[in-house]
Ligand binder design. Structure first.
Ligand SMILES: NC(=O)c1ccc[n+]([C@@H]2O[C@H](COP(=O)([O-])OP(=O)(O)OC[C@H]3O[C@@H](n4cnc5c(N)ncnc54)[C@H](OP(=O)(O)O)[C@@H]3O)[C@@H](O)[C@H]2O)c1
Length: 298
């Protein structure tokens, strides 16, 4: 361990699941001076596990052997495999078992708890699309930590800080709401861009044209939200009370595809409280009427 790496209570690290996140985390931690003791894939012959173990100078092990020799074990399998995997292992009392999923309850690791191990969650709010980590992979991102055991919570925060990340502490029973918020920032942002591209393509422009033109606008809105708060970032016809412009948008979208008009209206609903007092009722009636239209394609 490098001289700058803070000491951990659970200091022998192991990673089960040598995929995108498991690899990026193992490599990034190793680069920050936290050696990885062992890597486990589905079997000792797993090529991805072997390659990762070689890259981080770790042993290759079966999951059971890893659980017996490591004190902090990250489970980096797909979400659906976390509980079934945890159920098959005889965990060591006093060790720590942590998954990396945003959507999975920490209780998926209850088999480890039954063996007197401590359990937790360590969810990087970061998108990892390739199995390699660098010193900057997790820099400036947020890692959400959930662990009742104080020393484990402290160790997870230490590791997150070592990776250059901010720490978010998640209270119990809030994981699905938390992950739904994160999904707004990724998948639902893509949903918005999909509709924006559809509109630009409707007059023969390309998705690239759309991105070139609208990305600066989006970036400006994001900067305004960051600097002045989400509410203050709102501009456009709803904020101005321009009922006629909103009517025009909705009619044009309806003509192209009623599902587009409905989605446009539904997306305006959380903003209705920000319409000017004099026009709020009229705008709400317009938006809610389009939002209520039942289409199976929206
Ligand atoms: N990637 C991201 O952007 C991201 C972001 C935040 C959180 N996460 C979380 O990180 C975790 C891993 O996601 P990922 O994207 O890294 O998935 P992934 O690329 O599919 O990697 C999963 C790895 O787990 C292995 N695996 C599956 N079942 C196993 C078992 N029973 N024993 C040992 N290894 C097993 C897979 O092996 P095979 O290749 O042989 O199937 C694969 O190497 C998930 O909980 C996910 O929610 C991911």
């Amino acid at each position: 361990m490098s001289t700058t790496a803070a000491t951990l209570e659970f200091s022998t690290l192991g990673v089960i699941g040598p995929g995108r996140m498991g690899s990026a985390l193992a490599e990034s931690l190793s680069l920050q001076g936290y050696p990885i003791h062992a890597i486990a894939g589905r079997s000792e012959a797993c090529p991805k596990a072997r390659a990762l173990a070689q890259r981080v100078h770790a042993r290759i092990a079966r999951a059971q052997a890893l659980a017996e020799t490591c004190s902090l074990i990250f489970i980096a399998t797909p979400d659906d495999a976390i509980a079934p995997l945890a159920d098959t292992i005889e965990w060591s009392a006093g060790s720590a078992v942590v998954h990396l999923s945003g959507a999975t309850d920490v209780q998926a690791l209850q088999a480890a708890q039954h063996c007197q191990a401590h359990i937790g969650g360590f969810h990087p709010l970061q998108s990892i699309s390739q199995a390699a980590g660098t010193a900057t992979t997790f820099q400036h991102c947020t890692i959400t930590i959930e662990a009742e055991h104080e020393a484990l919570s402290k160790d997870l925060a230490t590791l997150a800080h070592a990776l250059g990340s901010h720490v978010n502490i998640l209270p119990p029973n809030t994981r699905m709401r938390y992950h739904a918020a994160a999904n707004h920032a990724s998948a639902l942002l893509v949903a918005l861009m999909t509709d924006m591209a559809r509109l630009w393509e409707s007059w023969g422009s390309s998705e690239k044209d759309m991105m070139d033109a609208l990305l600066p606008l989006m970036q400006n809105t994001l900067s305004a939200a960051r600097e002045r708060g989400v509410t203050q970032a709102l501009t456009g016809p709803l904020a101005r009370g321009d009922v006629g412009t909103l009517e025009g948008h909705l009619a044009a979208l309806e003509q192209l595809d009623p599902a587009l008009a409905r989605r446009y209206a539904v997306r305006h609903q959380p903003l209705l409280t920000q319409a000017p007092d004099d026009q709020r009722q009229q705008i709400a009636a317009l938006i809610n009427a389009y939002a209520a239209v039942n289409t199976h394609t929206s």
